[in-house]
Design a protein around this ligand. Sequence first.
Ligand SMILES: Cc1ncc(COP(=O)(O)O)c(C=O)c1O
Length: 364
Amino acid sequence: MSGLANEYKAINLGQGFPDYQMSDELMSKVNEVMHMGFNQYVPMQGYMALRESIAEKVAYLYGSKVSPDTEITITPGGTYAIYTSLTATLQPGDEVIVFQPGYDSYIPNVEINGAIAVLVDLKFPEYKIDWNEVRKKISDKTRMIMLNSPHNPTGAVLSEEDMKELQSIVKDTNILILSDEVYEHLIFDNIPHQSMLRYPDLRQRSFVCFSFGKTYNCTGWKLGYCIAPADMMKEFRKVHQFNCFSCHTPSQVALADFLKNKEAYLSLSGIMQEKRDYFIKLMSATKFDLLNSSGSYFVCAKYNRISDEGDKEFAIRITKEYSVATIPVSVFYKNGTDNKVIRFCFSKKKETLDEAVERLIKIS
Ligand SMILES: Cc1ncc(COP(=O)(O)O)c(C=O)c1O
């Protein structure tokens, strides 16, 4: 859709990235440390001071004690952290519970390891997890459950009740958890983020993956990290050692310091909530019906008052005819389930949202 957006000079509300500038201070810090000489490899696990800052952050946010030495590894982005966690643990024939719709890397990352993605549909239109369905799909081959909250593409978030269900399902089993928490700070309406790190019994079986790109409006930096118990992290590092090995040094040095500024990450949910609310208000003048979004960059919308086209066809047509690009949600399903819903990304400047909605209003 981004390709089509460029071709038709459309406003791109499809792909998830902010169209505004990241922190000046953070950019200057990177520049500064480069001039100071931080331009060579750091250890494979990541720059130690950054790992220490991460440990302080998760202790503060989630009350979780994590060893910077043995339980944190810096990675080139969240996607890589997810891939590495799966590759470190899956064997051919293992089953992995994957919810759909879901982030597009999950299923290929499971399958490339010879494992089987056992799919569970989130309940439309709230996109909640049906835990009874999960129970039915668990077998003696289930190696892992993959979770993502706040969720791409739907903006759904896990609740305390969900965590209780998860705890009861994995209790007394060897099932591992992969928790994609790249949108941990993009959560709205004062809802607490249900990190696996808050729950000792879940934390001790979880790879938890994060992304600095999402937290600091710099998706192009491709820097993130994974937290896991020492024995699991040891396996993770065996894969990482011979793949990426060492991540971009100056960014790590700058972030080690910048991460201590709590306001910089705590302010994000308010900023993004304001964008979500602004977009919802503008969209009330259109014929789209927005679904609930409690987190992430995204809000989904039904368009049945406009058309009964399939979602791909519809998304392509409005890109071409109205110059606004979105993402059809069926692409986040392996079997292409089409609930006739498209995804909008609202992490954009007000002017971008204004201009896009001005065009969307014209669709009848
Ligand atoms: C759910 C989810 N996980 C991971 C990522 C990727 O994070 P990164 O760019 O740090 O690899 C994205 C990016 O869109 C995402 O939506």
